[in-house]
Design a protein around this ligand. Sequence first.
Ligand SMILES: [Ca+2]
Length: 205
Amino acid sequence: MFHSLGLWAFPPRAAVLTVALASTLPAADNVRIDLLAKDADLVDVTIIGGKGTIRESTWLGEARKKQGRAMTFPIPKSTWTKIILAASVSATADVELTLRGPDKRLAAGSPRIPVLVTYDQVEVLGADIKNGGFEKVDAKNAPEDWVFSQDAQGLAGVVSTGAWEKNRAMVVWHDGRVSQTLRLAAGTPAVISFYVYSEVDPEAP
Ligand SMILES: [Ca+2]
C-alpha cells in the first residue's frame, strides 16, 4: 500500500518538535486531523505517507498533552492525495479520530476561514472503522457511523460528486467535522490512511 507514494522517512518525534519546519513547509497547511485518546497517551505517532506536522494537545493542559495530537498536511491544490499515519496507545483505549480542515484566520481574532477539505476511503489497520468511504448516509445526508458536527453555515456534509472512491465523499472544514471512535489495543499500532482533496493552494498566505 505504500508503493504509490514511496516511504516518507519521518524523523523522530523529538526532532519534529524542535526543528523549525516552517522553513521547509508551505506557510498554510490545508488539511487537518485530530487524534484524542481517552484515559491513555498516544505514543509513536508518525506520518509515514505524505508530509505534515504533528502537535501535542497542549490545549488540554500539561498533564494531558500526550493524549491528543493535531496533525496538519499541505496537499497540492485540486489533487486527491493519500496520507498514511501510525499511532499507538500507552494502554488499550478508545481513540477519537476527527477529520477537519485547518484553523485559518487572516488575523488573530478575525473569523475563521472555511477551508473546505474532502475526505474519502478512510482505512485503518489494527482497529475497526465503519463507513470509511462515506457511502452510507442517513436521511439528513449525514454519514452513518460517524459523529457529524455541522457548522452554523451548513458547509460540511456528504457529497455525491467528485468522490475518490465509489459515489460519495465527506466535505468538512475546521468547524464542520466528523469523528469516529476507534478501539486501539496496547501494543498494536493503528495505521490510518485516507485520501484528501482541497481547492485551496497550501502555498497561499
Ligand atoms: Ca466514497
